[in-house]
Design a protein around this ligand. Structure first.
Ligand code: KG4
Ligand code: ZN
Length: 342
């Protein structure tokens, strides 16, 4: 039999995306973003994002089919992110996917967006070894996950107790006057600064909290420490060494993420770490992961950027995995879940 061919639909946040995956092959991939519309508000406005999804949904799906030279009839199943994400945004994507499934008489698979970020790495690196660790880092998530079976058994090893890493970068960036999302600006300036210029705490690395949460993260203290330092310097009339601030922040966050991810692999005797989420574009994190990975003999699978940020391919690929594993489709009255657990 031919490998399943799945249309994947993504609308959890500010990207309306559709893609077609057959087996482990990406056939088409279309992404429309409402990011520009949120920039002047300094963050994603759910109401604006939902409206943008309602507008872009059909054009994006049509483009994905058109690029693949296919019609809905040629698709085996439709997969859609049913959570976690912004409720209004999820409602648009899931309702649209249900309508398509009903009209074309195709099975529907509501999938977990975070597991999609892991699944998508198969497009570039192939199937997972029997045991894999995953580090998913973006503006919305920071999680360390154990992948036993991508379709049925992914377990949380650790997660952030407060802010996501990208969120922390975006908040500090705002303080420094960079436009939203500020993560990439911090990255660029960090390359020019001294990573040890100021002491930025890493959060949950040592002490009692660290022992209780060996694989959890905390970034709100990191943000507060940088904010307080900048405030004090400004009050004393000192000029803020922006490059040094960025470098110190980036070093602190990248180092704790990479160290914990690689330690989790070593502890569990796992030799493959897959990475995903928009923050995995961060050059300091990529360098730290490569360095710690090499030192400990762990293969670090860092996908190209278009597969790291939110897209439809991650949804379609996980849909393929669910079909291959013999999982039942979702009913057409399946709910959305903005806080969907794994
Ligand atoms: O996955 P994504 O596109 O959207 C979600 O948050 O789900 O990730 C966006 C996040 C933002 O916080 C952005 O600032 C951060 O990833 N980001 C970066 C870099 N590129 C994107 N942060 C640091 N360095 C980068 N190069
Ligand atoms: Zn995401």
């Amino acid at each position: 039999a031919q490998a399943p061919r799945v249309l994947g639909i993504e609308s959890t946040c500010d990207e309306t995306a559709a893609a077609i995956v057959q087996g482990r092959e990406l056939i088409s991939n279309v992404v429309a973003s409402s990011m520009q519309e949120h920039a002047r508000y300094g963050g994603v406005i759910p109401e604006i994002a939902s409206r943008a999804h309602a507008q872009s949904f059909i054009p994006v799906v049509e483009q994905a089919l058109h690029d693949a030279h296919l019609t809905l009839d040629d698709i085996d199943a439709i997969a859609v992110s049913a959570g976690p994400g912004l409720a209004g945004c999820l409602a648009v994507g899931v309702s649209g996917a249900k309508a398509l499934a009903l009209a074309a008489n195709k099975p529907l698979y509501g999938i977990n967006h975070v597991i999609g970020h892991i699944a998508v790495t198969q497009l570039q690196f192939g199937a997972f070894p029997e045991r894999t660790m995953a580090l998913i880092v973006s503006g919305g998530h920071t999680s360390l996950l154990e992948v036993h079976d991508i379709a049925r058994d992914v377990r949380v090893k650790g997660t952030t107790l407060d802010d996501a890493a990208g969120e922390c970068f975006d908040k500090v960036a705002r303080l420094l006057g960079f436009p939203y999302p500020g993560g990439p600006y911090i990255d660029r300036h960090a390359r020019l600064g001294d990573p040890h210029a100021l002491r930025v705490p890493q959060g949950l690395t040592q002490g009692r909290a660290g022992a209780e949460h060996p694989f959890d993260f905390s970034f709100s203290g990191v943000k507060t420490a940088v904010a307080r330092w900048v405030e004090q310097e400004t009050a004393q009339g000192h000029e803020i060494p922006v490059d040094d601030v960025c470098a110190s922040l980036a070093y602190s966050v990248a180092d704790v993420l990479a160290k914990k991810a690689i330690t989790a692999c070593v502890d569990a005797d796992v030799y493959t770490l897959v990475v995903g989420g928009g923050f995995s574009a961060n050059s300091q994190l990529r360098a730290a992961l490569q360095q710690y990975g090499e030192r400990h003999g762990i293969e670090v699978r860092l996908p190209e950027l278009k597969l790291c940020t939110d897209n439809g391919a991650m949804v379609a690929q996980l849909g393929v995995n669910l079909i291959e594993a013999g999982c039942a489709p979702s009913p057409l009255d399946c709910p959305i879940d903005s806080a969907m657990p794994l």
